[in-house]
Design a protein around this ligand. Sequence first.
Ligand code: ZN
Length: 69
Amino acid sequence: MPAYEYHCDDCNETFTVIATVSQKEKGLQVTCRICGSSNVRQVYTGISVGGKKKTLPIIGGGCSCGGAC
Ligand SMILES: [Zn+2]
């Protein structure tokens, strides 16, 4: 079962919600596990994948001259 990370804007806490894909498609009503606020937004764990992409241009450049060559 997939887990979704949510961040609460009211108490600045991040928590995990476990829900099936069909539950998510129906419109999952997520409230903060800590303070009960509905002022939450999903955090995409793909951010860490974006961090990996950062290294790609460095490898692709293959040079540490800083653009001088
Ligand atoms: Zn909260």
